[in-house]
Design a protein around this ligand. Structure first.
Ligand code: PHE
Length: 344
């Protein structure tokens, strides 16, 4: 019996199969009803009791090895078969890939930029990781000023007196522009901003802004109002009205918040505008003389206005989306709705 086991092991070592049929034949040869291994198990009944233990173990080992080898062979002919099948299909056209489209936030940001480009504004960009000076100090937020609480900040490093942080608005880019550009200045600053806020239908800790800055001689509040009115009409339609409400920002004086007439109910009052007929779109104001001076601009000679808006907010109003989170979840069913939006 010992010899028989060794013989099977030797032929097992040499066993090779090209295809599934040969594997099946090998299985029958060893493990089938009349297979070599099966026959040994039958013979085992006649082995004397003293030897049963020794041969029993050997036979079990043998069966295990044969089974594993057959399984291995099955696997390898299956995978080489699959690649052979793949080769046959080489001339077939590949699977078509769906055509991508721009993200609605990108579409909206580009539309805002394009409107201001038409008005003669340049585009300026700056770092997302900023220092305290460019986000707060140069914008007339003195240390410990309560207005810093308006924008809960993610700090990157604690370094004093000018820690690094994730910018809470792109006004920091306006400061960098004032530091290095020749006057007059007319720029929009698009970019990502970060605030330590709980995520809800109306707020997110990461969102996008487009802020604007215009500095020249004799710039007045009337110029600001006109620029915002023209923007609103380009964005929301020709019959759009705006209204300005007094507000507060450390870097502008006077400051205002701007509402546009609700483009859904045309000012009559609906659930989007909560019955008021108006929707808030941005903050703005005349640049505070302290801010001009901090960047080396003569506030006796020059004046300017600034404004800032959230891209997601404008996109929500434009497309009547009632939950900001849709813009971040990348649900294809939502994104596909914008496939047809024409890029301007
Ligand atoms: N920086 C302000 C904000 O992020 C927006 C703003 C910009 C307001 C310019 C006034 C002038 O909320």
């Amino acid at each position: 019996m010992k010899e028989a086991i060794e013989k099977i092991l030797a032929s097992l070592a040499e066993l090779k199969c090209q295809n599934e049929k040969e594997v099946e034949e090998a299985r029958v040869r060893f493990l089938g009803k009349k297979g070599e291994v099966t026959r040994l198990f039958e013979e085992f009944r006649t082995v004397s009791p003293e030897l049963k233990r020794e041969f029993g173990q050997k036979l079990n080992m043998l069966k295990k090895q044969v089974t594993e080898k057959i399984e291995d062979l099955k696997g390898s002919v299956a995978s080489s078969g699959a690649s052979a099948a793949g080769k046959e299909d080489e001339t077939l056209p590949g699977d078509a890939m769906g055509l991508g489209s721009r993200h609605p936030v990108s579409i909206c940001r580009q539309e805002i930029i394009n409107i201001f480009r038409k008005f003669g504004y340049d585009v300026a960009e700056g770092p997302e990781i900023e220092d305290d000076y460019h986000v707060f100090e140069a914008l007339n937020f003195p240390p410990n000023h309560p207005a810093r609480d308006m924008q809960d900040t993610f700090f990157v490093s604690g370094g004093h007196p000018n820690p690094l942080l994730l910018r809470t608005h792109t006004s920091s880019v306006q400061v960098r522009t004032m530091e290095k550009s020749k006057l007059p200045i007319r720029v929009v600053c698009p970019g990502r901003v970060f605030r330590n806020e709980a995520i809800s239908a109306r707020a997110h800790c990461i969102f996008h802004q487009v802020e604007g800055l215009y500095i020249d001689e004799n710039v007045t509040f009337a110029d600001l109002r006109q620029a915002i009115l023209l923007f609103a009409r380009e964005m929301f339609g020709e019959d759009t009205q705006i209204r300005m409400r007094p507000s507060y920002f450390p870097f502008t004086e006077p400051s205002a918040e701007v509402d546009v007439s609700c483009n859904i109910c045309k000012g009559k009052g609906c659930n989007v505008c909560k019955g008021t007929g108006w929707l808030e779109i941005l903050g703005c104001g005349m640049v505070d003389p302290n801010v001009l001076e901090a960047s080396g601009i003569d506030s006796g000679k020059y004046s300017g206005f600034a404004f800032g808006m959230g891209v997601e907010r404008i996109a929500m109003l434009k497309w009547q989306v009632n939950d900001l989170r849709h813009y971040f979840e990348n649900d294809m069913r939502f994104l596909r709705e914008f496939n047809t939006c024409v890029e301007v």
